[in-house]
Write a protein that binds this ligand. Sequence first.
Ligand code: ADP
Ligand code: MG
Length: 566
Amino acid sequence: MAIIGIDLGTTNSLVAVWDGEPRLIPNALGEFLTPSVVGVDNNQEILVGSLAQERLYTHPDHTVAHFKRDMGTDRITSLGKHRFRPEELSALVVKSLKRDVEAYLEKPVTEAVISVPAYFNDTQRKATRAAGELAGLRVERVINEPTAAAMAYGIHHREKETTILVFDLGGGTFDVSILEFFDGIMEVRASAGDNFLGGEDFTQSILQGFLDFSQIDKSQLDHKTRNRLRHNAEWAKQALSQQESFVFQFPGKPEFQEWTLDHELLESLSKPLIDRMRVPVERALRDASLGSHDLDSILLIGGATRMPLVKSLIAKMFGKLPLSHIHPDEAVALGAAVQAGLKARDEALNEFVLTDVCPYTLGVETIHMEDSGKLKEGYFCPMIERNTVIPASRVEQFANISRFQSRVEVPVYQGESRMVKNNIHLGDLKFPIPRGRPGTQTVEVRFTYDINGILEVEATVVSTGLKKRLVIEKNPGVLSKEEIERRLQQLAVLKIHPREETENRHLIAKGERLYEEALGKNRIDISDELSLFEGALDKQDPSRIRKARERFKKFLAILEEEMRSL
Ligand code: ADP
Ligand code: MG
């Protein structure tokens, strides 16, 4: 039974399988990258990927992107009649990838390894695992994205003894991991990151730069204009990865002046973001007790590392160029497939051992007794410190503070601050204890952080021997088992667009988007070509459809290129 490896990205998702080596699987459009976008059409059918992405502009209220940023929250997105949690939107992407693999392998798939940003917290990891389950997959393993990328690299360099830094800047998240390879062992020494820093933020800073230059108040713009401007900012950002400057303009809107963006201006607009990238790099080096000169290579992954400003930051920080033969988009999914191969105990992977770390500190809130004898709340007591090798298990004892106390309540936090108010609250553990003099009733709390980066907590009341595996309660970002079961059934009855129609519908959606963006003669041409193509589809003759499709596709590609260089 094949286990699939999934890179569930903020912007793009990919899937790969292990068959003696990791292999990427194309989607219904023949592409490896499936945009992480979900939409609903007029018939309440669910659309995923490029088809949905085209409709972000034409149907903004029925399409959603970047929902990975909401994982671990209970934020609801309404699409048509449907209401979705972030893990359900992610599940729809996973389902689409699963369907692509099943079409490719011609057999059902039931198990998966899914990657997450190393710096994803406990709640976000649980949400990711739930997304896989909601898509009908058993999630064999949740693996850190930079670790996965390093595995894709390491599988070809097993004999080498080397230290590498993985720098992963995706659409919405930034991760840094430092790994050591020796004797077929791959050891993560340290991970650090920022869950709210990615290519999307650079697009936003370009957009803001343009608005400031044009003295436009963003709140005055309608949804479509804002979307269109964002689209242009994205285009400008990507163009600058290949050219020296880009003239930012807004066709058909003379009130927007031309604005020239070059590397220097982009660097100055995004200075705060560039500064933020330094922080996790420095922390990871410090935690691994390494200096920048100790690194043999730098591995760049994530689409946003294509920005020249990332390469110049790397050159400044490390005095060397990054490795260039690793594909920034594909490495994570390939690595997840290597992990799937390890799970399936493939012989080709014998003696390939991986150890990973917990990238942040986990602990509980405690009360301190001040010199005056006054009790002060709100202190963080670390249980598992960041960059501890996983799986890890730690025990601490806590005692009652008053003779009337009959319950213990332990708030669980993740973070690095001495005061819990600055850390992330993961939930509360509550259980009864016998009464007794202060300090006499002790409770042993055990934290276990498993290889998936998921936390489990067990408490034992020492005097009674009562043991309890505790479920972290009251976290709106985590679905219970029963809730997952209930939502699984709801998702199962959703109508998903037929896979075989994807290509045709994608072209129509693209035609409609370009029509809305275009003006004058271009519009007339698009409308004519759309009618021709729709006419051919109505005839239901496969060879005629194929020919019409090729023609329409070519037409759209040329037109899109022309419109971009306007
Ligand atoms: P994720 O892992 O979050 O899905 P990806 O690794 O696919 O993200 O990267 C997506 C980000 O990469 C987006 O912000 C996108 O704008 C950016 N990106 C893709 N290609 C380029 C390019 N040529 N130049 C600059 N940024 C790019
Ligand atoms: Mg990614």
